[in-house]
Design a protein around this ligand. Structure first.
Ligand code: SAH
Length: 352
């Protein structure tokens, strides 16, 4: 029997589910509140804790619906305590990671959208163990809510930058955005959500047409096709030209500034000539560049960090607004490109 996935339902779908059980409408509102407003847990206690629902309904739900979304297996804090990494077990035992990042203006949570990844970027650990499966919207929501419970102050942002390629799991990712933005749920503003993609052109176009006001971040990492193909297999499918065209379309439709992520890898994409190629590529676009210090992963011990300040200076001088991403959490392998889907303590990653 396929169990119903209530956490992945938007309010209308949940209402229809409740109507089909011939229950009063307000049960849908109560349940939606438990799912998305309370500090409920998303483990085996999921339905049991809902103490304003009748016992008989809880029994029915436990018999017919998914009863556990993410069970916290382990939590690690970075030495500076500005980052916490969570290892979650999903209902089928698949493991995923999420990260809580502490900034002066509030906490952000970085969630995974897939277990494993198909994209195969040479410098990233997320795809090193292959692709396991897509996450459901409910599993993305459960990550946000579980981390949110541990945040003392305000949840100031959500980044879809954990394991996986969000646009390769398009429908569930959009569903997640829709539910989390619902005022009956957390009512999070789309402007505080950032989606990072390696550049799936048709999906970026679809996203643009939906006119969601999310921040779009593009993992560019190279200023020309030859170099990009060498480190990112997706560059064999879509050229940089096609990618730039769709990015311009995105800014036209949404009036949002695009972020281009560029991880500097010593001896690969870090030469002044690369900076100048990048300037040519991005001139005139509503965008900014976020330079990322490359983080080490166990599978690739040849990648080394480069001089970010120097590269940033060239771009800034040429009117491409550029910032350098602060790396946090590398001591617990919670930094960019270090997330994966396997048990801890298995020699997952060398520290940066
Ligand atoms: N699949 C999406 C989102 C996940 S990765 C994407 O490609 O954007 C989040 C960011 O971390 C991306 O910009 C990715 O390119 C970057 N990243 C991957 N491996 C990295 C590493 N070893 N060091 C630093 N950044 C890395």
């Amino acid at each position: 029997m396929m169990r119903h996935d209530l956490l992945s339902m938007d309010f209308e779908e949940l209402s229809a589910f409740i109507a089909a059980l011939e229950l009063p409408k307000y049960r849908a509102a109560q349940m939606f509140e438990w799912f998305h407003r309370h500090t409920a847990s998303f483990d085996a206690n999921f339905f049991k804790q809902m103490n304003n629902l009748p016992k008989s309904l809880i029994r029915t739900l436990e018999e017919t619906c998914i009863t556990s979304y993410c069970t916290t297996t382990e939590i690690k804090s970075s030495a500076s305590s500005e980052t916490k990494k969570y290892l979650f077990a999903l209902s089928d035992g698949v493991l995923i990671e999420s990260v809580q990042m502490n900034y002066s203006f509030g906490d952000s949570v970085c969630i995974s959208t897939q277990a494993g990844c198909k994209m195969g970027c040479s410098f990233c650990a997320s795809g090193a163990g292959g692709f396991i499966r897509n996450l459901t919207a409910g599993e993305m929501l459960a990550q946000v809510h579980t981390v949110r419970k541990n945040i003392l102050g305000k949840l100031s942002g959500i980044v879809l930058m954990g394991c996986g390629e969000p646009l390769d799991n398009f429908e569930q990712t959009i569903k997640f955005l829709k539910i989390i933005a619902d005022p009956k749920s957390l009512g999070i503003s789309m402007r505080s959500i950032t989606l990072s993609t390696c550049g799936l052109v048709p999906e970026i176009r679809k996203l643009a047409d939906m006119c969601l006001k999310i921040n779009l971040a593009i993992s560019l990492h190279a200023p020309n096709d030859r170099l990009r193909k060498a480190i990112m297999p997706i560059a064999n499918v879509y050229s940089i030209r096609e990618l730039m065209d769709v990015c311009r379309y995105y800014t036209e439709r949404t009036a949002r500034r695009i972020t281009f992520e560029y991880a500097l890898i010593a001896g690969t994409n870090d030469q002044p000539s690369h900076a100048h190629e990048l300037i040519k590529l991005l001139s005139g676009m509503l965008c900014h560049v976020n330079l990322i210090p490359i983080n080490s992963i166990a599978e690739e011990d040849t990648i080394k960090r480069s001089d970010l300040q120097h590269f940033a200076k060239i771009l800034n001088k040429n009117h491409i607004p550029t910032t350098i991403r602060r790396t946090i959490g590398a001591d617990i392998n919670a930094a960019c490109g270090q997330l994966r889907a396997r048990p801890w303590g298995s020699g997952a990653t060398r520290n940066a």
